[in-house]
Every structure is written in structure tokens, then in C-alpha cells.
Design a protein around this ligand. Structure first.
Ligand code: AMO
Length: 452
């Protein structure tokens, strides 16, 4: 047991946590509870001490009047340092002194672990520290309730989107992240030494999610990391992000893919608003549920709208961040919504696997979803016809022989299909009005950062 003493802590007791902080309300008055968490804020008023105890559900006030608690409890509370890990056994008292309407008077306080002085604040409203320093201490940064809340919101967005897909017969798949070829074009590939050969980190599950439809799964989805060797540090790019992908077979056209996405996001936003209400409130977000159907605008029309602001964009120019920002202003004004599908991108701007449009010459059956002036999703109908697929690979300058592992399976009755990739961090940042994608990335990887 000596290592406990050396650490300044007490051996494990027999208390079992009975409640989370958020459950301590006036209705529990008189009940014995066991709480565990960190000493978030400590106030010393001489003969009475206060500890705001923080756990994963919020905070609760522990009130320690010298006269009303055992001597050793009062002694323990003296000189406690912030972020000491505690177990508190006590009685709930109703009070109108705190917002929750209750506090806990301890009978026993056990120090589970001590804490050094923190390099950054984890209490709201204290000094603002630059993002880089916060990210250096990300694990502590995440203890701050408003930072933690971002990822609870993200968790809810993903879990309800997943639940929606599950209820629509999608099967979860796990595809390789070590791959032989690029899917999205070669520019931003990370190369990996793979024994005697070269391999790459997957930029997208693109080829494999499509192949799983050829393998007989009607609908598949994957939520997994993808890797992009973007050379520049921007506020909207990280080098590893979470891609939320789905792919569906037997579609009639790209509309089926968009319809699925708008229904999925509508459900996910609605459920997140309900289940992450506390976190959204803490973050000051009144989440607007986008109305279904989302507005659809053709790429040519989007370019026209941008050019009306005085720009001179050609049809084959990609929409850069500045254009997306402009559309983020134009769309709400013109269409009363900030969730808009831009459809029918030119062939030049889309990967080789994208189905050319039957209706719009030189265009594709593709779309991006823009949310508050930023692209959060890319999707399309895919080419399922072998000859056309090979032709398009050649047109993009690829050697079909390098892609036989993908192309060959389109010879065996590949079903019409389509799908999309949604950036989880981008969706989170736009929904929460976050300026820099790193804040919506648990442990960001960028040009300069590989730890923590
Ligand atoms: P795309 O390359 O457009 O399409 O990526 C899809 C979505 O992923 C997000 N995203 C990023 N997020 C953070 N950092 C980055 N560097 C980054 N790059 C992209 C965006 C984007 O909309 N295979 C296709 C998808 C498909 O057609 O199914 C693809 O990967 O939100």
C-alpha cells in the first residue's frame, strides 16, 4: 500500500459512485450519495470551504462547514489543489444558493489522486490561451466543460446519423487504410514504406465502399479516419480527419443519395438538439434544424451568383474558400437557407469514378453539400459500366492497368450505385460556429502537429 501513501492519496475505499453531479437536485434532499470527480473550483472562506466538483456530466457544489463535518474531512479540504481527483460521500441538502437547488455536505472525502499546478485553465471564463498552447495540452484542454461539450455534440451527431443509416438497412464496413493507389487524385497522398514496396494512407474508402456493393451488400457505411497530405495549414483542413461515408446500390440516380443525406442530417440534427441540449446551451448554440428538402442549385447557377458579385469565375474553376464564403452569404439571402446542395459539377472538377451527366453536357451526376458557406459533403452517382469507367480513368490520365483490383469487378454485373463522404469535423465546426477545424478535431494532425 506504500505507493498510495507516497502519492499523497488514500488506498481505494469501498465506496461505489452512486450519482453523477447533474443528478444532484433538491429532490434528493436527505439522501446519501457518493460522487467522484475533480476539484474544479475551490473557495476557502475560513470556517467554510466550497468545492465545485466536476465529473463527466457537469458540476455540483460540495459545502464543507467546519462545524458540521468530521474533523478529518475539514482537514482534507484545507489546502486542496485544483484538479485533485476526489471521492465524496455525503448528504444532499436542498438550497437556493446554487442553481441546481442542491449541495452536498460531505461525511467523507478521499483523495484519489493529487494534481500538479495546471499549465492551462480548465475553468470557464479564465484567461484565453492561444489555440496552439491549448492543443499542446489538449488532454487538459478537453477537461474544460465548453471544450468537452464540442465532442459530446459531435458524438450525438454521429450516433444519430449512424442510427438513421442502420434503420435504412446500411451495413457497417471496415476497409483498409493502407492502400496501393490514390482514389481522389495523387496530389495529397501520404506515402508509406510497405516492406519492399510503396503504399499510401487511404484518402477515402472510395474504391472499397463501392466494391462492397459489387460484393453484394446493398448499402454500406463507414466512419473512419482518412489521410490527406494537404501541404498548407488552413482553418478548414487537417491531415487526418473522420470521414463519414455511405454508398448505396440499385439507385435510380444521384437524387436518391441526396435524399438519403438530407433525411439523415435532419434526423441527426433534431435528435442532437434534444440529446445534447445541455452542451448546446453551454456553447450558446440555438441549433436550427434545416428544413427538408434542402435547396438544390446547379453548379453553373452557383458560378453565376458568384460572378454577380463582381468575380470572374470560369465554369471549370473550382469554388475556392472565398467563393464558398460568398455563397454562404448569398444562399440565405436568396433562398432563406444555409444548407444547400450544389449539383452537376463539370467533369474536369470531379474524380474519374463520377457518372457523367445525361442531361447536362460536360457535367456530372454529382453534388457538394454546403453548410453556412463551407463544403461539408461530396457525393455522386458512380460509373457502374466497365467500358465507360475505363474511358474516364484514361481521360483523367490514369493507367487502367494500375487499377485492375478495382476496375475488373465492374465486368460482372455491377449495380447502379452512388454515395457520399461527409467530413465529421467540418459538420461539427459549422454547426457550432467554430472558426478553426482543429477545435472540432479531438487530436488534430496538421503540418506542424503530430502530438499529443
Ligand atoms: P472529398 O475529397 O471532397 O470527397 O472529401 C469529402 C469531405 O471530407 C471533408 N474533407 C476534409 N475535412 C478536413 N480536412 C481535410 N483536409 C478534408 N478534406 C476533405 C469535407 C469534404 O466535403 N470520396 C469522396 C466522397 C464521395 O464521393 O463519396 C471524397 O473523399 O467535408
Amino acid at each position: 500500500m506504500d505507493f498510495y501513501k507516497t502519492a499523497g492519496t488514500e488506498p481505494i475505499g469501498d465506496e461505489v459512485r452512486t450519482h453523477f453531479s447533474s443528478e444532484i437536485t433538491g429532490e434528493l434532499a436527505g439522501e446519501h450519495v457518493v460522487l467522484m470527480g475533480w476539484a474544479h473550483i475551490i473557495r476557502d472562506k475560513g470556517k467554510i470551504k466550497f468545492i465545485v466538483l466536476r465529473d463527466e456530466r457537469g458540476t455540483v457544489q460540495i459545502t464543507i462547514p467546519q462545524k458540521k463535518v468530521p474533523e478529518d474531512v475539514f482537514k482534507t479540504s484545507e489546502g486542496l489543489k485544483p484538479e485533485t481527483a476526489l471521492s465524496v460521500t455525503g448528504v444532499v441538502i436542498a438550497t437556493n444558493q446554487v442553481a441546481s437547488g442542491a449541495e452536498v455536505i460531505p461525511k467523507k472525502i478521499r483523495i484519489l489522486n493529487t494534481s500538479d499546478r495546471l499549465p492551462i485553465d480548465v475553468v470557464e471564463g479564465k484567461t484565453d490561451i492561444d489555440l496552439d498552447t491549448r492543443l499542446n495540452y489538449r488532454i487538459l484542454d478537453l477537461r474544460k466543460p465548453s471544450v468537452n461539450a464540442i465532442f459530446k455534440v459531435q458524438h450525438n451527431l454521429v450516433r444519430f446519423a449512424r442510427a438513421f443509416l442502420e434503420s435504412h438497412d446500411f451495413v457497417e464496413i471496415h476497409t483498409p487504410k493502407l492502400v496501393a493507389e490514390a482514389t481522389e487524385g495523387g496530389a495529397n497522398l501520404f506515402e508509406v514504406k510497405y516492406f519492399e514496396r510503396k503504399a499510401y494512407l487511404a484518402q477515402s474508402p472510395q474504391f472499397y465502399k463501392q466494391l462492397m456493393l459489387l460484393a453484394g451488400f446493398g448499402r454500406v457505411y463507414e466512419i473512419a479516419p482518412v489521410f490527406r497530405a494537404e501541404k498548407h495549414n488552413t482553418r478548414r483542413h487537417v491531415n487526418e480527419y473522420t470521414s463519414f461515408d455511405y454508398e448505396m446500390a440499385w439507385i435510380s440516380g444521384v437524387e436518391d443519395v441526396m435524399k438519403m443525406e438530407e433525411d439523415m442530417l435532419h434526423h441527426s440534427f433534431k435528435m442532437t438538439k434534444k440529446h445534447a441540449a445541455t452542451e448546446l446551451e453551454l456553447l450558446g448554440i440555438d441549433l436550427e434544424i434545416p428544413k427538408v428538402p434542402f435547396k438544390r442549385v446547379k453548379y453553373t447557377e452557383a458560378v453565376d451568383l458568384i460572378n454577380q458579385t463582381g468575380k470572374d469565375l470560369a465554369i471549370t474553376d473550382d469554388l475556392d474558400p472565398e467563393c464558398e464564403r460568398l455563397l454562404g452569404e448569398i444562399f440565405p439571402e436568396k433562398f432563406g437557407t444555409d444548407m444547400v446542395f450544389i449539383t452537376h459539377y463539370p467533369l474536369e472538377l470531379r474524380p474519374a469514378y463520377t457518372m457523367p451527366s445525361m442531361t447536362d453536357e460536360g457535367m456530372t451526376e454529382s453534388f457538394d453539400l454546403t453548410y453556412k458557406g463551407m463544403e461539408i459533403t461530396t457525393g455522386s452517382q458512380r460509373i457502374h459500366l466497365y467500358d465507360l469507367l475505363v474511358e474516364r480513368f484514361k481521360a483523367k490520365g490514369f493507367n487502367p492497368a494500375d487499377f485492375t483490383f478495382y476496375l475488373d469487378f465492374f465486368k460482372y454485373g455491377a449495380p447502379p450505385h452512388g454515395g457520399l463522404g461527409l467530413g465529421v469535423e467540418r459538420m461539427t465546426m459549422q454547426l457550432l460556429g467554430i472558426e478553426n477545424i482543429r477545435e472540432a478535431t479531438l487530436l488534430p494532425r496538421d503540418r506542424d502537429r503530430l502530438t499529443p
